[in-house]
Structures are given as structure tokens and as C-alpha cells.
Design a protein around this ligand. Structure first.
Ligand code: COA
Length: 307
């Protein structure tokens, strides 16, 4: 039994916030932010619901299906608009869906956790699932804290996953979590995101490399055969360190964080769709998706897109 990625869609707010703009209110600079993170600008605005609806509708259109064709909606987010109900039901309602819907919080690994959950549902009777990663992180940023304000941003990405008895686009998927690291990157109720950046950096490289190596082995695909790496977009230096350790050239990595910053659950679908729009995703070629986030959580998978 298999899983096909049938369509993709993304959404970002119109409002662009550059590093120079942040430097007007924070003790920072474009030079520092770009050198340490690779980020030049980010999009800020909207809500998790509004961005998720837009990305979800675009993925449905791209897949050539309607709201009625979907029998489950999964929303990966670490910035739900309300504690209860889930933002997933709000998105489903606005899209005109009456299927089950729920949120998944696995921080920046959330989209891949969503794909894994969808895979399980497809293997047990569902036909088509909309997986959305959407974030309104700017709501949970203390804009006077330069440590976090330069990193986090808003956005959404979505895909339609479909059951196919004859083949699969998803060749492997390795997930992990280590709650002993919960305080390294956290946001308390009514609080703001806080992080031990150095320690997150160190662990991120390790879990990305280890889980990617396992995902490659599980798929029986070598690093040389990977045409494209779609990494979580947190920091260009983490991406560089990880692909180097995996023996994959940086030219094969998709980087959109210079334009979008860190959009957590949205960042992998944002990066994939950008690569697709730019003709970098070729049917039949192998791609490695890999991410990490608060938790810590991590997720790596090998796909071969057939569309
Ligand atoms: N602008 C200017 N200076 C800043 C700054 C900013 N936005 N943020 C921190 N600094 C300062 C620090 O105060 C420190 O000053 P000091 O030397 O006088 O003490 C100096 O810059 C170096 O700080 P440091 O924390 O050592 O920088 P770093 O090289 O580790 O980079 C991060 C900081 C956050 C960019 C980096 O640690 C990182 O990206 N970590 C991973 C974060 C991540 O990926 N999070 C998302 C997980 S999903």
C-alpha cells in the first residue's frame, strides 16, 4: 500500500519585515542576522487559520480535488489560534469540509509528523488527506527579544496525500522525540518563545544527520542518489553542517529561509513548493526531507515524487 503526494500549496503574509527594519528597534544588524542565520527577511501577519486555509485551498486546487474529496484534515502547528478548539476544525470549516480534523504539535517537525499520521490513516481506510503546516509564530514572539525576533516568522504549506495500492512516493520516514530537551526551546502559556540557541544548534545537527542516515538506509537509497534535500529552514549553518556530514553537496539543498525565516511546521512544504515552482523537483528523482524542532523532535524521510 502506498502514499502519493497529489498536490501542494503555500501561503505567506504580504508584509515583508527586513533585517534592517528589525535593526531599527533591536540592538542587531542585517550583517549579524544574515551571517549567523542566513535570514534576510521574513513575512509577518495573518493567523494560523487564514494562512492554513489559503495554503490548503491551493493544495486542493493543485491536486484537482474538492473539499468533498478529503476525508481527514491534519494541521501541524505550534501556534494554534486558540487552545480549544483545534485550529484544524476552523480551517476545515472554512474550506467547506465536514471530515474529521485535528491539530498535531511536533514543533518544526510537525509537517513530517502529519505526513506520518496521514500515512497510517491511508493504510487503514482513508482515501485522501489534507496535511497542512501553518504558523502564526509572530504572536508568540517578544519583539524586544533579539534572540527570537530575528528568527521566527509566519507562513503555511500544505499537501494532499492520496492512497495508492500500486506504489508509493514515500519510501521511508524516521521520527523521534526527546522530551528531556523540552526547556531548550519553549513557549509557556501566555508567554513567549525562549531558546538556548547554542545547544539547539548542536543537537539539531546531530539528530538531522542520524535520522537522515537511517531514512536513507530504510529506503535503500545512497546519499549520492539524493537529488534534492528539503531541510527545515531554521539556520543556514545548521543546513550546511548537516548536508556536509551526510556527504551531500550544498547545491542540492533547498534554501528559502533568506526570504521566509523560520516558519516551523510550514517550512518544509514552503521549501518543497518553492523548489517545485523553480523546476528543481523532477518526477522519479529521490528527495530527502529532514527537520528538527522543539521537544526536541525530529523527522527525516526519503520521497520519490511520481507526479
Ligand atoms: N543580533 C546581534 N547580536 C546578537 C543577537 C542578535 N539578534 N543575538 C545574540 N547576539 C549576541 C549575543 O548576545 C552574543 O553576544 P556576546 O558575545 O557579547 O555575549 C553574540 O551575539 C553571540 O551569540 P551566540 O548566541 O553565541 O550566537 P550564535 O552564533 O550561537 O548564534 C543563533 C545564535 C540563535 C543564531 C544560533 O545559536 C542558532 O541558530 N541556534 C539554533 C537555533 C534554531 O535553529 N532554532 C530553531 C529550532 S527549530
Amino acid at each position: 500500500m502506498g502514499v502519493r503526494f497529489r498536490g501542494w500549496g503555500i501561503a505567506v503574509p504580504d508584509r515583508v519585515v527586513t533585517n534592517d527594519e528589525l535593526s531599527q528597534t533591536l540592538d542587531t544588524s542585517d550583517e549579524w542576522i544574515f551571517e549567523r542565520t542566513g535570514i534576510r527577511e521574513r513575512r509577518i501577519g495573518g493567523t494560523t487559520q487564514s494562512l492554513g486555509v489559503l495554503a490548503g485551498q491551493r493544495a486542493l486546487d493543485d491536486a484537482g480535488c474538492t473539499a468533498d474529496d478529503v476525508d481527514f484534515l491534519l494541521l501541524a502547528t505550534s501556534s494554534p489560534d486558540r487552545i480549544c478548539p483545534s485550529t484544524a476544525v476552523l480551517i476545515a470549516n472554512e474550506l467547506g469540509m465536514s471530515c474529521p480534523a485535528m491539530d498535531i504539535n511536533a514543533a518544526c517537525s510537525g509537517f513530517m509528523y502529519g505526513v506520518r499520521t496521514a500515512q497510517g490513516l491511508l493504510e487503514t481506510g482513508s482515501q485522501r488527506i489534507l496535511v497542512v503546516g501553518a504558523e502564526h509564530l509572530s504572536r508568540w514572539v517578544d519583539w524586544s527579544d533579539r534572540n527570537m525576533a530575528v528568527l521566527l516568522a509566519d507562513g503555511a504549506g500544505a499537501t494532499v496525500l492520496e492512497h495508492d495500492p500500486d506504489g508509493t512516493d514515500l519510501l521511508s520516514l524516521v521520527l523521534g522525540a526527546d522530551g528531556s530537551a523540552a526547556d531548550l526551546l519553549t513557549c509557556q502559556h501566555e508567554g513567549y518563545f525562549q531558546m538556548n540557541g547554542k545547544e539547539v544548534f548542536r543537537r539539531a545537527v546531530r539528530v538531522v544527520v542520524e535520522s537522515s542516515q537511517k531514512a536513507l538506509a530504510d529506503a535503500d537509497v545512497s546519499a549520492d542518489e539524493i537529488s534534492l534535500v528539503i531541510p527545515h529552514q531554521a539556520n543556514i549553518r545548521i543546513i550546511q553542517a548537516a548536508v556536509q556530514r551526510l556527504g551531500i553537496g550544498m547545491e542540492r539543498a533547498v534554501v528559502v529561509l533568506d526570504r521566509y525565516g523560520n516558519t516551523s511546521s510550514a517550512s518544509i512544504p514552503l521549501a518543497f513548493d518553492d523548489a517545485r515552482q523553480n523546476g528543481r523537483v523532477k518526477a522519479g528523482e529521490y528527495a530527502l526531507m529532514t527537520g528538527f524542532g522543539a521537544g526536541m523532535t525530529w523527522a527525516s524521510g526519503v520521497i520519490r515524487w511520481s507526479k
